[in-house]
Design a protein around this ligand. Structure first.
Ligand code: PXP
Length: 247
């Protein structure tokens, strides 16, 4: 099975917001989010991922609805488990939702969702999303307890948090890789689709792609960063090429 790429384009919106905060309707508001998504698709990306944060620091409400109408591939909507964002998700009807932890102070999503501690509230959200025909993923640490809780509450998928792996070096990185491998095998044995994301770049993807049972990688910051030098289409196609090389 071929590993698929979802490109997280949040930071294209970060660049726009740096110059045009609150000016979404302005005609010269750039870079344009939908054009960015279409460049990713033209390069062969299998999906577009965005995170509508409660503080709206990058992606805005209007962006997600424009993407929903304008992209040809899958829309993966990352969200914190709040009534406000759940309402938007149900109206948006993305192909997939990935539930993520969210605090206002963090720079980016830190750590995975604690599904074990929030089984009751999360299972209600999962049921509502699935009832609307949306496939649901849990963004979790590569931990057996979290994998098992995700299966219990009816999630379709888990996205294993690769942040600790990406930050580690040498032996520590190989230990983190083993945790990802074991968690992936456990999730697969429970019937869950296994995805991975966070901190994956053009170097460490060579190790990540060897984790068994992986179906989708969600990659954002490194692709958008590389696009400054080579353009978004080339940045995406280079990543796809690295994902294809057999281990
Ligand atoms: N997957 C999830 C669930 C995330 O929250 C993020 C960061 O927003 C990513 C993937 C992408 O991470 P990065 O930008 O480090 O590639």
């Amino acid at each position: 099975m071929m590993l698929k790429l979802g490109v997280n384009i949040d930071h294209v919106a970060t660049l726009r917001q740096a110059r045009y905060p609150g000016l979404m309707e302005s005609h010269n508001c750039e870079p344009d989010i939908l054009s960015a998504a279409q460049s990713c698709e033209a390069a062969g990306a299998h999906g577009i991922t965005v995170h509508l944060r409660a503080d709206r620091r990058h992606i805005q409400d209007a962006d997600v609805f424009r993407l929903r109408r304008g992209i040809r591939t899958r829309l993966n909507f990352e969200m914190g488990n709040t009534p406000e964002i759940l309402g938007i998700a149900l109206e948006l009807a993305p192909d997939e939702v990935c539930l993520v932890p969210e605090t206002r102070e963090e720079i980016t999503t830190e750590g995975g969702l604690n599904v074990v501690a929030q089984e009751v509230s999360l299972s209600g959200t999962v049921a509502r999303l699935k009832g609307a025909g949306i496939r649901v993923s849990m963004f979790i640490e590569p931990d057996f307890g979290q994998v098992e809780a995700s299966a219990r509450i009816g999630a379709d998928m888990v996205e294993l948090h690769t942040g600790a792996f990406a930050n580690a070096q040498g032996d520590a990185q190989h230990r983190e890789l083993s945790r990802l491998e074991e968690a992936s095998k456990r999730a697969h044995s429970l019937g869950l689709q296994v995805n991975a994301g966070h901190g994956i770049n053009y170097t460490n993807v060579a190790l990540v792609r060897g984790v068994p049972h992986l179906e989708d990688l969600n990659i954002g910051h490194s692709i958008v960063s590389r696009s400054v030098f080579v353009g978004l289409e080339k940045a995406v196609s280079e990543m796809l090429e690295l994902m294809r090389i057999p281990v």
